[in-house]
Design a protein around this ligand. Structure first.
Ligand SMILES: [Zn+2]
Ligand SMILES: [Zn+2]
Length: 371
């Protein structure tokens, strides 16, 4: 009898249903993953609401889940050799499935690959072998998937921060180049902003400042627990003046904008970054324009304005030891977990549609739980 996988399928916006699929036989060069957990982020909520129209991620029906961890269930010898893993190994799987052949892949920028393959966002559940998302008990591992070995002893919820931690590494460290002695301002205390506090500390930053709004009070407190030297409630005080005060008038070396939706932090970043400093833009703004930006300021201050998308192979590799080293502090971010059958509740809790006793910071689907 064929083994069955259980998966939550997003049939249309706001409509999830659990369906069964046959667990595929492996071929000459692929594998099947037994999914342990799917981490959730703002993209899961956008996808659930049907707000990804006009992007390559407007796909239905789909098994969501692009932040993937699990154990190798079955694997072809060629794949085992390529990924240097064996059956039973615990792994992290990247969302993107790069082609390896296009111009961007050859330049080492798999995140910009033209092939358009990726777990949880881009491939419909109608496409065989169907298991292309992590809100499921099993996932098909395509030969071009990117797989990272993960330690066995890391708690499930902390490991489920691997994807956003890899974003924080990529944005603050690889793109922003935060380093020893630097002052960094992180605008937006979502999970990626909070994880950037850890990355900045690990990179040797001397001053870590996190900004947010009045609604972010719990998260700003969490930022201080994670080691931020100061937090700024922008509804209460002028962040530009405060950053200049904190840096002795010099300004920040790096400003990382991870605030979703609002362009105001970008305008503030131009004012608070020091001459010769960098601004990394990683928060999406729903296609909004920046009305008041004076480009001359970028020229006169020689500001580097850097866009940062998603992650990289090296950022994933660096994220894993950071999760190990800071596991005790990071456990505080992991606030909610739900079984596959309650995926809808998980997404709505993340989107603050459902409020319980605890502020939802990081939510994951625990795919090992039965209904
Ligand atoms: Zn995500
Ligand atoms: Zn490619």
């Amino acid at each position: 009898m064929t083994e069955k996988a259980r998966a939550a399928v997003l049939l249309e916006p706001r409509k999830l249903a659990v369906r069964e699929f046959a667990v595929p036989e492996i071929g000459a060069d692929d594998a099947v993953l037994r999914v342990e957990a799917a981490g959730l982020c703002g993209t899961d909520y956008e996808q659930f609401q049907g707000h990804l129209k006009g992007t390559p991620w407007d796909v239905f029906p789909i098994i969501p889940g692009h932040e993937i961890q699990g154990w190798i269930d079955r694997i072809a010898p060629a794949a085992a050799q390529r990924w240097r893993v064996k059956e039973g190994d615990r792994v992290i799987v990247e969302a993107s499935i790069p082609c390896g052949k296009c111009f961007q892949c050859q330049q080492g920028r798999a995140v910009l690959c033209h092939a358009g393959m990726g777990y949880g966002l881009r491939i419909s559940a109608t496409r065989p072998p169907h298991l292309w998302g992590a809100y499921a008990t099993h996932l098909y591992l395509h030969p071009q998937a990117n797989v990272h070995k993960a330690p066995d002893d890391l708690p499930r919820d902390v490991l489920s921060l691997c994807n956003p931690m890899s974003n924080a590494v990529r944005w603050a460290y690889e793109r922003g180049k935060v380093g020893v002695g630097d002052a960094i301002v992180i605008a937006g205390p979502g999970q990626r902003g909070l994880l950037s506090v850890i990355v900045a500390r690990a990179a040797g930053a001397a001053m870590v400042v996190v900004t947010g709004t009045k609604a972010d009070a719990v998260r700003l407190a969490l930022a201080r627990e994670l080691g931020a030297d100061a937090t700024i409630d922008v509804d209460e005080e002028d962040p530009v003046a405060r950053v200049h005060e904190l840096t002795g008038g010099r300004g920040a070396d790096v400003v990382l904008d991870v605030a979703a939706g609002s362009v105001e932090p970008i305008l503030q970043a131009v004012e608070m970054v020091r001459p010769g400093g960098s601004i990394v833009l990683a928060g999406l703004k729903s296609q909004k324009k920046i009305g008041e930006l004076v480009p001359d300021k970028l020229v006169m201050k020689e500001i580097s304005l850097i866009g940062a998308l998603s992650s990289s192979w090296t950022a994933f590799e660096q994220a894993i030891p950071l999760l190990q080293r800071y596991r005790a502090e990071l456990a505080k971010l992991c606030t909610h977990a739900y079984p596959i059958e309650r995926a809808e509740t998980a997404i709505r809790a993340l989107g603050r549609e459902i409020i319980d006793r605890r502020e939802a910071v990081h939510v994951h689907i625990d795919c090992t739980l039965d209904g």
